[in-house]
Design a binder for this molecule. Structure first.
Ligand SMILES: Cc1ncc(COP(=O)(O)O)c(C=O)c1O
Length: 406
């Protein structure tokens, strides 16, 4: 193994960091990608088992998506949502079909905006006095103020108080707590089928089924945040399909544009009817360039049958990672997995060492590594990634045994 990641600090070639300090200083500057591989500015190659946080589902520089974007850039880039465009219309129709039909779509530029749309829609649907959204601790729904208020991570709220009112949180997977939290001012339950940023924690069937039942009994909307889990990643088109429920509202982003920024909020038509012209809007959301990427992405995903590919590749990756030194559990669904590490192992240090020898994985918690490779990842690429990780983990397990910190 050769070490080739750049020193932490300013991006290579710069003597200071030009970015606001919202992220740790970037360790590597990438210049090119192809499929599961990335290259940095020194020509070092990496296996990308994170795909820009579960975004580049078809892999980097997918030729059909690249051609679609290039062609669209020469044809029509932007007209605003005062008008319709062909790519946007086709993507909305395809999404509605994949989601079972009978719904309508609002396009956004991001996952947080998709959730903002869902929250506003739920409030409008509920009417005055019915506005509270119940979500789970450990969830992640975005960084805008309402999405942050819905996010079940109090440490992320503290510096930004006061947050918008009308959000209630219950322990994840605790049906009794959910039932107890619902009062007449509640209008929706907002859930991730697998909590992604919270550590790759799948919900139980009992919890999701129970949430659906409670929403039916109390006349609440069930909003599924599929921003990370949607579009094949978990081995189904949508994560909720593992649980045998039908949501009323679904939010999407990440994989939809294979890296071009586009998100979507889908709702049953009778729910979407709560919005009137002027209630919500966006200058860019679903503009033709992003929508052309989404149209090509969805076409490739359907042709290749990405849910089945993710299911098969996910089983391969899971079994290989389960055998690695220092791994006590692998959890998740499809190709959204996390390896829980043995006591005393530091996920951040392990991910940094993996990066240094050409493998990108994410320390999703201090003690767990997240894997979200392209849905088209090959068995050989999985084996190569696991081999790199095996060496890195072995070194950390040995260092722990010797009482040495790495
Ligand atoms: C489940 C979920 N919802 C919402 C978001 C926010 O999406 P974005 O960063 O595009 O605003 C994320 C991002 O990680 C997510 O994982």
């Amino acid at each position: 193994m050769t070490a080739h990641s750049e020193a932490m600090g300013a991006p290579a070639g710069l003597d200071h960091c030009p970015f606001m300090p919202t992220y740790a200083a970037p360790a590597v500057q990438f210049v090119r990608g192809q499929g599961t591989r990335l290259w940095d500015r020194d020509g070092n190659e990496y296996l990308d088992f994170l795909t820009g946080l579960a975004v580049v589902g078809l892999g980097h520089a997918h030729p059909e998506v690249a051609d679609a974007v290039a062609e669209q850039a020469r044809t029509l880039v932007h007209v605003s949502n005062l008008y319709a465009t062909v790519p946007g219309t086709e993507v909305a129709i395809t999404l509605d079909r994949l989601l079972g039909g009978g719904g309508q779509v609002f396009f956004t530029n991001s996952g947080a905006e998709a959730n903002e749309c869902a929250i506003k829609l739920a409030r409008k649907w509920g009417g005055y006095g019915r506005h509270k959204v119940v979500s789970a601790f450990g969830s992640f729904h975005g960084r805008t103020l309402a999405a942050l208020a819905a996010t079940g991570q109090p440490a992320k709220w503290e510096p930004f108080q006061p947050l918008p009112e009308g959000f209630v949180h219950v322990p994840f997977d605790d049906l009794d707590a959910l039932e107890a939290a619902i009062d007449p001012s509640c209008v929706a339950v907002l859930l991730e089928p697998v909590q992604g940023e919270g550590g790759v924690n799948p919900a139980s069937v009992r919890f999701v089924e129970g949430a659906r039942r409670l929403c039916d009994e109390r006349d609440l909307l069930l909003i599924m945040d599929e921003v990370q889990t949607g579009l094949g990643r978990t081995g189904e088109w949508f994560g909720y399909q593992h649980f045998g429920v039908e949501p009323d509202v679904v939010t999407l982003a990440k994989a939809l544009g294979n890296g071009m920024p586009i998100g979507a909020c889908w709702a049953r038509r009778d729910v979407a009817a709560a919005f009137s012209p002027g209630d919500h809007g966006t200058t860019y959301g679903g503009q033709p360039l992003a929508a052309s990427a989404a149209r090509a992405t969805l076409a490739v995903m359907e042709r290749e049958g990405v849910p089945q590919l993710a299911e098969r590749a996910g089983a391969h990756l899971r079994h290989a990672v389960e055998l690695l030194p220092g791994v006590v559990e692998v959890r998740g669904l499809g190709l959204l997995l996390a390896a829980q590490l043995a006591d005393g192992l530091d996920a951040k240090a392990i991910a940094a060492d993996a990066l240094a020898v050409g493998l990108i994985v994410n320390p999703v918690t201090p003690t767990a590594l997240r894997f979200a490779p392209p849905l088209l990842v090959s068995a050989d690429e999985i084996d190569a990634a696991v081999a790199i990780l095996a060496e890195v983990l072995a070194a950390h397990v040995d260092a722990r045994a010797l009482g040495v910190s790495r």
